[in-house]
Design a protein around this ligand. Structure first.
Ligand code: GDP
Ligand code: IMO
Ligand code: MG
Length: 427
């Protein structure tokens, strides 16, 4: 038995898609356990670049089973588009399964996400506008529509009617918007249901069969620890649980089945959307990292905010998710700097803080304390073994390991599969 959870250790976009694809070669099954099409996971195979939002990033291998777990919220239109686009581009892809218990994103979720953001004005979260928050709200309110409901025309009709009755009141009375029409949505979603039916199954049961059969399972997180609903920079978070523990709930497996947790962190830090970010660089250095790293959102195209590596949040992520190994990604992007900065702690009102503060008011006013370390000038993208990295680059990685207390088992130096330096295999 070998199960590994792969989690984002920062604010998302750490390179989870690339690493999932890389590790999937050795896995038998890849499972997405939370989030929805707010995620944008980029996988590069040869000259082809795939941007996956809902389909697990192991799909680009022919013989893998890729599961969309119960913890995911599924926009059927987007999922079908993704399936069709994939089939058009390649004939070699894995077998997709989706959980009966996953919740369905409805048109009113998308609409309400955008309307809520607009009404928040300057206090907006900066969501992806994909209806994620409202879909999870209905899930916890116990009014949501699950995949299994969508598969049953009678149950779906009743749930849609009940939901529309309430949502149309909100749309018309609170937001002054026209109501949504039942018939159109019903018909459209029944079409989606027929197209998706072959993929729907009890995925927790399927996963348990793989566990019993000693097969290798990779759980692919979306977003990142600092975007976790409970443990992130609330309220500037997403509405699900990207942390490693989320894999148990979102896939229906027990914690005793999981052996290792791979935390994915960029060699620097980025964030999309609003919210505190102590090491953010508002200057030329930040702009240089953005350009070198092509830091523009995979899902919304928004420029990502960039800053130095923050070991306070990396240590925090390691604690919250029980990270056993780090994958440090995009090290190549830091080539050409005379020196690099690593945040080791914060200053807050004259006090030195070494742990992630619980108060967001404090976190928003934390000033990073930096340690400066020599950079390197060499282009790293052609390197294929960790030992061949310039001494200063190795030194940088070693310092991150010392400050976080977690080994950097994998280092990446480019978006392609071969640009992955593995110091110890995960499976
Ligand atoms: P995810 O959401 O965590 O899967 O990350 P994204 O795909 O949104 O963003 C990461 C981006 O960096 C993608 O465009 C990747 O192709 C790219 N990428 C991943 N690893 C590396 C790397 O080591 N170096 C460089 N230069 N790009 C990388
Ligand atoms: P991947 O999986 C980066 C951010 C949004 C916003 C907040 C809430 O590609 O790493 P939501 O639409 O989820 O309600 O938005 O979370 N966000 C992400 N940022 N990467 C992601 O996914 C994200 N998914 C959501 O920008 O700040
Ligand atoms: Mg992304």
């Amino acid at each position: 038995m070998a199960a590994v959870v792969l989690v984002g250790a920062q604010w998302g976009d750490e390179g989870k898609g690339k690493l999932t694809d890389y590790l999937a070669e050795k896995a038998d099954m890849v499972v997405r356990y939370q989030g929805g099409n707010n995620a944008g996971h980029t996988v590069v195979v040869g000259t082809e670049e795939y941007k996956l939002h809902l389909i697990p990033s192991g799909i680009l291998y022919e013989n893998k089973v890729c599961v969309i777990g119960n913890g995911v919220v599924i926009d059927p239109e987007i999922l079908l588009q993704e399936i069709r686009a994939l089939a058009k581009r390649t004939s070699k892809y894995g077998k997709l399964l989706m959980s009966t218990n996953a919740h369905v994103i409805m048109p009113y979720h998308r609409l309400l996400d955008q309307l809520q953001e607009k009404s928040l004005g300057s206090r907006k979260i900066g969501t992806t506008g994909r209806g994620i928050g409202p879909a999870y709200m209905d899930k916890t309110a116990r009014t949501g529509i699950r995949v299994i409901d969508l598969m049953d025309a009678e149950v779906f009709a009743q749930k849609l009617k009940d939901n529309l009755e309430e949502k149309n009141k909100v749309l018309t009375k609170i937001y002054d918007e026209p109501p949504l029409e039942y018939e159109r949505i019903y018909r459209q979603y029944q079409e989606y249901a027929e197209e998706l039916r072959p993929y729907v199954t009890d995925t927790s049961l399927k996963i348990s069969e793989y566990i019993r059969g000693e097969q290798k399972i990779l759980f692919e997180g979306a977003q990142g620890t600092l975007l976790d609903l409970d443990h992130g920079t609330y309220p500037y978070v997403t509405s699900s649980h990207p942390i490693a523990g989320g894999a148990c709930v979102g896939a229906g497996v027990g914690p005793t089945s999981i052996q290792r947790v791979l935390g994915v962190a960029k060699a620097y830090t980025t964030r999309v959307g609003e919210g505190p970010f102590p090491t953010e660089l508002m200057d030329d250095v930040g702009e240089r990292i953005r350009q070198n790293g092509r830091e523009f959102g995979t899902t919304t195209g928004r420029p990502r905010r960039c800053g130095w590596f923050d070991t306070v949040i990396a240590r925090y992520s390691a604690r919250i998710s029980g990270i056993s190994d780090f994958a440090i990604t995009k090290l190549d992007v830091l080539s050409g700097f005379e020196s690099l900065k690593i945040c080791t702690a914060y200053h807050y009102q004259g006090e030195r803080i070494v742990e992630f503060p619980q108060s967001q008011k404090i976190f928003s006013n934390c000033e990073p304390i930096y340690e400066e370390i020599a950079g390197w000038q060499e282009d790293l993208t052609g390197i294929r073994h960790f030992k061949d990295l310039p001494a200063t680059a190795k030194n940088y990685i070693q310092r991150l390991e010392e400050l976080t207390g977690v080994p950097a088992t994998i280092v990446t130096i480019g978006p392609e599969r071969e640009q992955t330096l593995v110091r110890q295999e995960m499976f």
